[in-house]
Design a protein around this ligand. Structure first.
Ligand code: 5GP
Length: 252
């Protein structure tokens, strides 16, 4: 098979040119990073789990009419996605105070917010993805007012869908980050959910016990990250009971 052209290598994923124009192959690595890559590890099986979980969430979103870049899963670690121009913002939706918001506002982690709060960070690793306001976004032209209306609507629809699906399996969606892609149909542009949706980019707490089932397990040294992600995958039926991602043939 011809070698594929690498387009981009990020912290957790590598992108290759897809088989057809306008497509990209997204490869999920086992690399875990935190605190702007100051903390690093290779966690066997993480890429497989995130590939399956992102497929699960993106497919569900597509099925309820939320546009995403996802086309199909190719194998254990790769998925085919639509090529798009990434809006240079991280869109964060929070239902409960945690992480940087809890710290910034002096809130106890786990405090329920009066309503979902959407925040925007500039995608810039060198600056540590700083929080920005809509005023910055408009003034610097990172997104138009129409884009921001569409992004807010997408973010809240993703939140409603994800909160419901996860609540159904006893998991609280505390917060999450999504990225938005721009695609062009002739003269028209549309915004779609891009990148990935996985426990790498969400905070997921067991509703009964409060146990963390997301990347905070790695960030805060709380145990096995693979066990936490496997638990999420099992509850959602993405992994059959008893299977582990390290023995991939057991996965449907
Ligand atoms: P915080 O701002 O509290 O660190 O993060 C809020 C939410 O967004 C968390 O669910 C966190 O996992 C996610 N998030 C924020 N920044 C990033 C990032 O650069 N990469 C990933 N994967 N998730 C992020």
């Amino acid at each position: 098979m011809a070698r594929r052209k690498k387009i981009y290598e990020g912290k957790a994923k590598t992108l290759y040119e897809g088989p057809e124009p306008g497509t990209i192959v997204q490869y999920f690595k086992d690399d875990a990073t935190a605190f702007n890559a100051e903390k690093k590890a290779v966690i066997e099986g993480k890429g497989v789990l995130n590939n399956f979980l992102s497929e699960y969430f993106m497919t569900g979103l597509t099925n309820i009419g939320v546009p995403t870049h996802f086309l199909k899963r190719i194998n254990m670690r790769e998925q085919l996605v639509r090529s798009c121009e990434i809006v240079p913002l991280e869109v964060i939706v929070r239902n409960y105070a945690a992480g940087t918001m809890a710290k910034r506002l002096g809130l106890e982690e786990g405090t329920q917010l009066p309503r979902p709060i959407v925040e925007y960070c500039l995608k810039d690793d060198a600056l540590g993805d700083p929080l920005v306001t809509e005023e910055h976004i408009a003034a610097f032209g990172w997104a138009s007012q129409q884009d921001m209306d569409d992004i807010l609507s997408l973010a809240l629809r993703v939140n409603d869908f994800m909160s419901g699906v996860l609540y159904g399996v006893g998991i609280r969606l505390v917060d999450f980050k999504i990225e938005i892609g721009r695609i062009y149909d002739g003269d028209f542009q549309r915004l779609i959910v891009a990148d990935e949706i996985s426990p790498d980019s969400c905070r997921l707490w067991d509703i009964e016990t409060g146990q963390k089932l997301d990347k905070d397990v790695f960030r805060r040294d709380l145990g096995s990250l693979t066990d936490a992600y496997t638990e999420v995958a099992k509850r959602l039926g993405v992994l059959p009971k008893g299977a582990t991602p390290i023995r991939p043939t057991l996965i449907n």
